[in-house]
Design a protein around this ligand. Structure first.
Ligand code: GLC
Length: 542
């Protein structure tokens, strides 16, 4: 992209974000667990891929009940992952290559081993008692209300010594902080400054919509659609009072003020909410710059449904709000497992040609799939607490597959999660040399996305029916069209009359596109076509 284009946008708008799960990227110590030095040694891959920033999931000292999302010290590195000096080296090396580093901030809860919680639970009169959410038992001695934990059971745990319950939205080892307490806020803002001063480029904020709860703690309403045979018991009630409270926006705005004390930093919010609720987290320019949009994950993979999501999202975005799209993360089954390999290629085209910042989960660029984990090898707290419903997240957290050697180049030891049999074919080394591979497709898409038309251009839908989805991107007079087939069966697209297609820029299959993009054209199954639009036809995009 030209310098003038760059100057008018922030890096987190035109760039692509790559999520690294540090346990699974690269081990350098032989303990079977990835580490920060491993990430540093693999920066060649990150740079070659062409992403702008790497978001690294938590690597802070932790008892690892939720693999780092239970933080016992916010301003240090867990010895399993290395040291602060390793982090500084990683940051310097990344910055030297022009790669930004985004950390994972987990402000909603700490580990029960965090000194703040140890002190809070020590007595009812502790100076930090109010840092967490303590309540008396209900009249029958049970939990204060019916709120459920995301990881099964009541969200309340009785502390026998002090006779009160504390609230935990996740595991009982992850007590929720009280964000109505000003000292808590200041302490966490200092944590942010600690890392921002060190030079990090921003934060992905864990469960942002959970941070404030209704201070009256009323029962949540029962969920009439709850089905215990398929759904997590978390969904027994609707989280009306336990999440997405109006006062959360005040907290988010304060966090944003901290971000804005520094130049060009970003705050991303993890938020699973319907589109109209999600966009409130932009906070009229005072909220998250990128409230994560997970709707490509949560919407059924159907062209009409996806079209509605794109339209409603584009339509709901406040003025000046920048869109973003996510196709996978460490909490969701991998895209290849969800929709198959052919469609995962189409999904890659969609992710990287829609308007808005894309986030790629490590391994998606290889076409890694979920790995079967036998029940006796399960280590994820959600699987352990709620077994048998397929809610476990181990399958999507397996080691990155670097090469065809026995342990895929990830470790010299025993990997913490098993590698799949096809790692000998699905890996960076093999795929880099194969023009038809998923990796080559990702790399080509990232390269093409360097064009301002795709990186920052406007979006307008083009008419399409059945399994097809089509849209136009436009910037400074240049237009690019995209048509995607969201099934494996061929479908016919009626090219709009005011569209005159020029050269095909890229296809999902990586094959040449034999059809002529005019009149009625057949789009093969599992195919997507990105093409120049040369007509001087009526401007469709705004
Ligand atoms: C977020 C994380 C998830 C974690 C949870 C609790 O959803 O992505 O991995 O278990 O928060 O911290």
């Amino acid at each position: 992209m030209s310098a003038s284009e760059l100057a008018r946008h922030h890096w987190w708008q035109y760039g692509v974000i790559y999520q690294i799960y540090p346990r699974s990227f690269q081990d350098t110590t032989g303990d079977g667990i990835g580490d920060l030095e491993g990430i540093r040694r693999r920066l060649d891959h990150v740079e070659w891929l062409g992403v702008e920033a790497a978001w690294i999931s938590p690597f802070f000292p932790s008892p690892m009940v939720d693999f780092g999302y239970d933080v016992a010290d916010y301003t240090d590195v867990d010895p399993r992952f290395g040291t602060l000096a390793d982090f500084d080296r990683l940051l310097a090396d990344a910055h030297g290559r022009g790669i930004k580093i985004i950390l994972d901030l987990v402000p909603n809860h700490t580990s029960d081993q965090h000194p703040w919680f140890t002190e809070s639970r020590s007595s009812r009169s502790s100076a930090r008692r109010d840092w967490y959410l303590w309540r008396d038992p209900a009249a029958d001695g049970g939990p204060p209300n019916n709120w459920r934990s995301e990881f099964g059971g009541s969200a309340w745990e009785l502390d026998k010594a002090t006779g009160q319950y504390y609230y935990h939205a996740f595991a009982k080892e992850q007590p929720d902080l009280n964000w109505r307490n000003v000292e808590v806020r200041e302490a966490m803002y200092d944590v942010m400054r600690f890392w921002l001063d060190r030079g990090v480029d921003g934060f992905r904020v864990d469960v942002m919509w959970h941070m404030v709860k209704d201070e009256r703690f009323p029962d949540n309403p029962p969920n009439p659609d709850y089905d215990p045979s398929t759904m997590s018991p978390y969904h027994e009630v609707i989280p009306t009072y336990s999440a997405d409270q109006p006062e959360v926006h005040e907290v988010v705005a304060e966090m944003r003020e901290v971000i804005d004390e520094y130049d060009e930093r970003v705050m991303i919010g993890e938020i699973y909410l319907p589109v109209e609720r999600l966009v409130t987290y932009y906070g009229e320019g005072r909220g998250a710059q990128l409230p994560f949009n997970f709707h490509l994950i949560t919407t059924p993979w159907d062209a009409r449904e996806i079209e509605v999501v794109i339209e409603s999202y584009e339509g709901a975005l406040p003025a000046e709000a920048w869109p973003n799209w996510v196709i996978g993360n460490h909490d969701q089954p991998r895209v290849v497992t969800r929709i198959g390999e052919g469609q995962a290629r189409v999904a890659a085209v969609l992710l990287l040609t829609l308007r808005g910042t894309p986030t790629i989960y490590y391994g998606e660029e290889l076409g890694m799939h979920d790995v079967d984990i036998s029940p006796d090898r399960a280590v994820d707290v959600r699987e352990i607490n709620i077994p048998g419903l397929g809610l476990g997240r181990d399958p999507q957290r397996t080691p990155m597959q670097w090469d065809a050697t026995e342990r895929a180049g990830f470790t010299d030891g025993t990997p913490w999660l098993p590698l799949p049999a096809d790692a000998s074919a699905v890996n960076v080394a093999q795929e880099r040399d194969d023009p038809g591979s998923m990796l080559s497709l990702y790399r080509s898409l990232l390269e093409l996305r360097g064009d301002p038309t795709l990186a920052v251009g406007s979006y307008a839908p083009m008419p399409a029916r059945g399994s097809l989805l089509a849209y136009l991107r436009e910037h400074a007079g240049r237009r690019i069209g995209v048509v995607l087939n969201l099934t494996s069966d061929a479908a016919v697209w009626s090219v709009p009359e005011d569209i005159e297609a020029g050269a095909v820029l890229l296809t999902a299959s990586d094959g040449p596109f034999s059809g002529s993009l005019s009149g009625e054209v057949e789009i093969p199954g599992d195919e997507a076509v990105i093409f120049e639009v040369t007509s001087a036809g009526q401007e469709r995009t705004s």
